[in-house]
Write a protein that binds this ligand. Structure first.
Ligand code: URA
Length: 215
């Protein structure tokens, strides 16, 4: 199956450095500190891909030797929206690359009866509608939280939205393709499937627990 069959706007970041670091990240014996460091490094490299199409304009500047017309970012500024809590583990790397970006947070939990995502926290920058919003969560598993978070950012008025994760399951991509086919999705790998507990297989375990050493 090609990636376009999973989601019409899917990018798998296949850069060798990203793939190497992802392998280290997945390994059972990787310590909490090392896991956090790797997640940060990978997400910095992902931010490079996510921002690849940002528009440029030309600015007249003077080098020490002569004037020139030089490219500079124009138009929309960025806002990263982290899905709590594991999203914060990849937020840092993205901010390393784009330190001036604004940051929003969304907290969602799964209703035990309906299994639907329920929002318990939301804080977005006031001007999110005029920014490129990048929703981040390390794991695109069932896709329900990601789809709900993107929906909330749309409701807040943002018109240009991307989603970035470290690992995706085909099931999550299919939910995103149904709910938000126009939203570009960036991931470092598409794994085999979800198991009965909604863990991505082979995956890397629970991203939040591994980032924060809570298990
Ligand atoms: N969330 C995780 O942290 N890991 C998974 O495998 C799936 C969802």
């Amino acid at each position: 199956m090609t990636t376009a069959n999973l989601h019409p706007r899917l990018t798998v970041v296949g850069h060798p450095l990203v793939q190497h670091k992802l392998t280290l990240l997945r390994q059972r014996e990787t310590s909490t500190g090392e896991f956090r460091r790797l997640a940060r490094e990978i997400s910095l490299l992902m931010a490079y891909e996510v921002t690849r199409d940002l528009p440029l304009e030309t600015r007249r500047i003077e080098t020490p030797l002569e004037p020139m017309d030089s490219p500079i970012l124009s138009g929309k500024k960025l806002c990263f929206v982290s899905i709590l809590r594991a999203g914060d583990g990849i937020l840092e790397g993205m901010l390393d690359l784009v330190p001036s970006a604004r940051v929003g947070h969304i907290g969602l939990y799964r209703d035990p009866t309906t299994l639907a995502p329920v929002e318990y926290y939301l804080k977005l920058p006031e001007d999110v509608r005029s920014r490129l919003a990048v929703v981040v969560d390390p794991m695109l598993a069932t896709g329900h939280s990601a789809a709900a978070a993107v929906e909330r950012v749309k409701q807040a008025g943002a018109e240009q939205i991307s989603f970035a994760c470290l690992l995706a399951a085909p099931e999550g991509l299919s939910i995103m393709a149904e709910a938000h086919p126009e939203v570009p999705v960036f991931t470092c790998a598409v794994d085999r499937c979800l198991d009965d507990h909604a863990y991505i297989r082979p995956g890397l375990g629970d991203a939040g627990d591994r980032l924060y050493g809570t298990k």
